[in-house]
Design a binder for this molecule. Sequence first.
Ligand code: SAH
Length: 344
Amino acid sequence: MQHPVEQLRTQQNLSDGELRALIATDRYDSELYRAADEVRRERYGDAVFLRGLIEFTNYCRNDCLYCGIRAGNRALSRYRLTPDEILDCCCEGYRLGYRTFVLQGGEDPAFGDEVMCAIVSAIRDAYPDCAITLSLGERSRESYERLYLSGANRYLLRHETASRAHYAMLHPASMSADNRRRCLYDLRDIGYQVGAGFMVGSPYQTVDHLVEDLRFLQELSPDMIGIGPFIPHGDTPLRDFPAGELTLTLRMLSILRLMFPYVLLPATTALGTIHPCGRELGLKAGANVVMPNLSPVSVRQKYALYDNKICTGEESAQCRSCLERRIEAAGYRLVADRGDVRRA
Ligand code: SAH
């Protein structure tokens, strides 16, 4: 039988059983990292793309059981940035070399289509050479269309878990895995570059769920895949579950790079939170994107999806230069262009 890492690297489809075996063992880890790094270098060289993350509201109407900004968390102090404050973040980001802005927030009814389209148009007018990425959760197809026409290019919406049963264990009954999928397919049809993804080691997750995640991603074929370890937040119902593991997250990153050679794959803040060198290890396992924070320091701590989140005390400029040093020390090069997906 052919070696499973070699099979993946040559784009052969592994069976569910073979994938399960690969996910469940640490036996192949160093080979997986090496193969993933080679494939990433073939496609993207040593480039690491920068995305400036602006966390513009922590109000949310949803009650995802794992998330620190869930509506039910009364202990959290809430904030919203004004459109001018959001533009100030972009201005600072542009000065620091960012050419992609990611606007992320809870599902905040205060940012309806009117307000959100005005913000996107203003950024589009001021920075015609930049990519605008939105991560605003589930909205109607019409809303996604209006935002796209206002100038947004990309949308991040993790599917969270591809198993409907597992989805129901992590979300209230008012939310559905099917609506989230509907959103992802609408976004793709409209013309956005789309990002899906999932948490690694989320409560009740099994190896079979991870295989289902890979199969769903094969079906969707997204441009970006965001994964990071689950990390408990003390004011949520899932506070007593352990965090996802570093090695499993790195293994999944490598598997994703081998299955989706073209994909834009971030080394996430959550990965940097569970281990001091988490993001560097992520890059060496196949990731090629980092998303430093551009939000004003005064609100950083309040965008607490999970406990002990890193980089909440630093100015944007500090974050940028700290990451640049880390990326270079890991053997990669920070690239300050839009960093669009390279499918071919
Ligand atoms: N409201 C937006 C943004 C959600 S926050 C949306 O619905 O897409 C961005 C991501 O953070 C989520 O998709 C989730 O995968 C992740 N996240 C939330 N809580 C987390 C936790 N406790 N640990 C790790 N990641 C978490």
